[in-house]
Design a binder for this molecule. Structure first.
Ligand code: NAD
Length: 440
């Protein structure tokens, strides 16, 4: 059991803190956002993440999980300090590390004995060394500490499960003492033989960027294949399935759609391109994936235009606003691009999402929000399925057709079978379904 402080109680910090407590550690989740901490102290979970509430509740009751907005005291009170604050994109796409460095200064000021400082935030290679320097410069002379990199691979929407049952745990450490402490922190995973990759700090930092960039490239690749499939009469679903059966390729992240979003892939790919630039390395592949992803979001807009024609005065309804199902996160979501383009073209926008409506209201307060998919479809000129929430997988399509003003459906996630939908008299466009388009 270790005494841990997780600085930053967002998606990563809260999930990590709660799960590390579940592993048997004593954890303080510290954040400067007083409102968030007060909510958590009252048992209110500020984000939507399946299963998180139970883990938080269980560990608060067992007196292993605590919340505090006194970050300094929480640091003094613990031995292992996880930095889990945001690293948003800076003005030129580089990772903005100012919050990480501010936390490093706070740690330095409160170093009252040996501590392991763990960067869990996604940070470019070299950041660990910078954090070390800041602490060395600002901490009292002779202070003992080590800096470790422990990137997080959880996915929003399945974060608790991902943290509890990860494919691997990566620990970048240049100190035996710190490595042993990290093994204790992750003891339940260590004993159940979860692969542990123990390496130096720089490799660990790079593993995170390389993994995210690879997945982003994979998505952009299949989207591009989908766009070609449409033109030549092939069906990307079949193409991707057959590709995925090749063990070297794997079926994951081979679903064509409207482009990736979220708080990680867009910013991490940009940051990797920036690192390549700064180190004088050509980075054409990741750069192309970013460009292809921006383009793909606009391909969805073109599909709406193809079905509806002139958008002025038309009503376009979106099903799903979150960047993926099971989260309320709308950062970089395809829905935002579609809404913006529809409004620019003079259309009225209606939208429904099971949990991401409140977040979207802050960005687009003047569009109409519906209570369910059917209310969204009512009197609309086109229904656009943007996020594949489960509740959109089994819609009563005859009812949807009767509610729509014009029977148009753009399925950005290829949830429906094109032939079956078209048989109902609904004009349907999926992504990369050229075979069915030609045969309908
Ligand atoms: N969200 C994901 O799915 C995911 C997955 C893997 C890695 N990451 C990485 O983890 C990091 C955190 O991401 P997130 O999505 O949890 O961010 P977030 O924005 O949800 O949370 C960050 C938290 O840090 C707090 N904070 C800001 N400044 C602080 C300070 N000085 N002291 C204490 N707390 C402070 C904020 O109030 C906020 O609660 C990022 O580097 C991100 O790239 C995110």
């Amino acid at each position: 059991m270790k005494r841990i402080c997780v600085v930053g109680t967002g998606y990563v910090g809260l999930v990590s803190g709660a799960c590390l407590a579940d592993f048997g550690n004593h954890v303080i989740c510290a954040d400067i956002d007083l409102d968030k901490i007060n909510k958590l102290k009252k048992g209110i979970i500020p984000i939507y993440e399946p299963g998180l509430e139970e883990v938080v509740k269980r560990n608060v009751e067992k007196e292993r999980l605590f919340f505090s907005n006194d970050v300094a005291e929480s640091i003094r009170d613990t031995e292992v300090i996880f930095i889990a604050v945001g690293t948003p994109p800076g003005t030129n796409g580089e990772a903005d590390l100012s919050i990480v460095f501010k936390v490093a200064e706070n740690i330095a000021a409160n170093l009252n004995g040996y501590k392991v400082v763990v960067t869990k935030s996604t940070v470019p290679a070299g950041t660990g060394m910078k954090v070390k320097k800041i602490i060395e410069q600002k901490a009292p002379k002779g202070s003992e500490f080590d800096v470790v990199s422990n990137p997080e691979f959880l996915r929003e929407g399945s974060a608790v499960n991902d943290f509890m049952r990860p494919d691997r745990v990566v620990i970048g450490s240049n100190s035996e003492r710190a490595t042993e402490i990290m093994k204790t922190v992750y003891r339940p995973l260590y004993i159940n033989e979860t692969p542990m990759v123990i390496t130096n700090v720089e490799s660990s930092e790079m593993i995170k960027y390389a993994s995210n960039a690879f997945l982003a490239v994979k998505i952009s690749f299949i989207n591009e294949i989908a766009n070609i499939c449409e033109k030549i009469g092939a069906d990307v679903k079949v193409v991707a399935k057959a590709m995925g059966l090749d063990g070297r390729i794997s079926p994951k992240f081979l679903h064509a759609g409207g482009g990736y979003g979220g708080s990680c892939f867009p910013k991490d790919t940009q940051a990797l391109v920036k690192t390549a630039e700064e180190t004088g390395v050509q980075n054409l592949v990741v750069r192309a994936a970013i460009e292809a992803n921006d383009y793909q979001k606009h391909v969805m807009v073109s599909k709406i235009k193809e079905l509806v024609g002139d958008l002025k005065g038309k009503t376009i309804s979106l099903l799903g606003l979150a960047f993926k199902p099971n989260t309320d996160d709308i950062r970089e979501a395809t829905s935002l691009v579609i809404i913006e383009e529809m409004l620019k073209a003079g259309a009225n926008v209606k939208a429904y999402d099971p949990v991401a409506q409140e977040a979207t209201q802050n960005v687009f307060p003047n569009i109409t929000y519906a209570k369910n998919a059917y209310e969204a479809a009512k009197d609309s000129d086109c229904l656009v399925l943007v996020t594949e929430w489960n509740e959109f997988r089994e819609l009563d399509l005859p009812k949807i057709k009767s509610l729509l003003k014009r029977p148009n459906l753009v399925d950005c996630r290829n949830v429906y079978n094109p032939e079956e939908v078209r048989k109902l008299g609904i004009r349907y466009l999926g992504v990369g379904r050229g075979y069915s388009a030609i045969n309908s």
